[in-house]
Design a protein around this ligand. Structure first.
Ligand code: A2P
Length: 267
């Protein structure tokens, strides 16, 4: 055993153990790691995650998919065959070590939104991750009467967590009852037949989204709608433009607003 030199600097990372890994498709997987006792975060924030690779560690920003009070810290990641981090990260096994930064941050938090009636959580691909956190936090249901999880993916198999939003969350001890009454899951698929086909931007522009929700209007309403957006840059830009066109104003931690955005964090 080697003893660190007395003047050795403390590691800038938390060294955490992998608890489980779930592969959804050959492009997508989830994993969870142990939670350091010192970590505090708000549901919806992101943090640096990586591996101690040679010649140096590689870390990327990942949204935390578990809610702020969870015992394990969960992530949703793409796999890029030649990706400097995900090509290795996608091979992790329970018991392996993962590096995690010490400072969570981000704008997809309830604190950055003004009060409203309805919260749209709009994502593509792994952009769903922060909303897994927000949708499993009881405070979300205390702040909003209705919470709509919108997830657009290319193929049906990429609807990760579909079972959670169609069944599992209703059994959750903390938010089950609230979710039953207030949560709407709205998946859409663009490159395979599906009951709700097409990009969310198209379904919004056509008014279908609002019709499907039983609302008596065909567009966003700044007096009662709030939104968080995460995923592909093109989608974020398009949805933000639609929200702004209907009078919704972007918010931040410093100045809460009607909607907040974060680009998808990928390895
Ligand atoms: P599409 O299949 O029509 O490109 P990706 O896997 O490339 O990250 O994309 C995830 C999903 O996001 C896909 O279903 C893709 O639809 C969709 N998407 C990409 N760009 C936009 C956009 N500008 N607006 C809405 N959805 C988008």
């Amino acid at each position: 055993m080697t003893t660190p030199a007395p003047d050795a600097k403390p590691s800038p990372y938390n060294h955490q153990t992998v608890l489980w890994v779930k592969h959804w498709t050959d492009r997508l997987f989830s994993f969870a790691i142990s939670r350091p006792a010192s970590l505090r975060f708000r549901s919806g924030e992101f943090i640096m995650i990586g591996l101690a690779l040679e010649p140096k560690p590689i870390l990327r920003a990942y949204s935390i998919a578990s809610p702020g009070f969870a015992d394990e810290i969960e992530f949703l990641s793409i796999k890029v065959p030649d990706g400097p981090l995900t090509s290795h990260l996608s091979n992790i096994q329970p018991g392996d070590e993962v590096l995690m930064g010490k400072k969570p941050t981000g704008t997809l938090v309830l604190d950055a939104l003004k009060g409203g009636k309805r919260l749209f959580l709009i994502s593509t691909g792994t952009g769903l991750a922060p909303f897994l956190s927000v949708a499993r936090d009881p405070e979300t249901y205390e702040r909003f009467e209705q919470v709509i999880i919108v997830h657009t993916v290319r193929e049906v198999a990429e609807l990760a967590y579909r079972d959670l939003f169609e069944r599992g969350i209703f059994e959750d001890e903390l938010v089950g009852e609230q979710a039953k009454a207030q949560l709407v899951y709205y998946p859409t698929v663009t490159r395979e037949p599906f009951e709700r086909p097409g990009r969310i931007t198209d379904r919004t522009a056509s008014g279908e989204l609002f019709r499907d929700l039983g609302l008596d209007r065909t567009q966003f309403d700044a007096s009662e709608d709030r939104a968080m957006i995460c995923g592909s840059m093109a989608m974020i830009k398009d949805v933000a433009a639609m929200l702004e066109a209907h009078g919704l104003v972007e918010g931040s931690n410093a100045e809460p607003g009607d909607f907040v955005i974060e680009r998808a964090f990928v390895g």
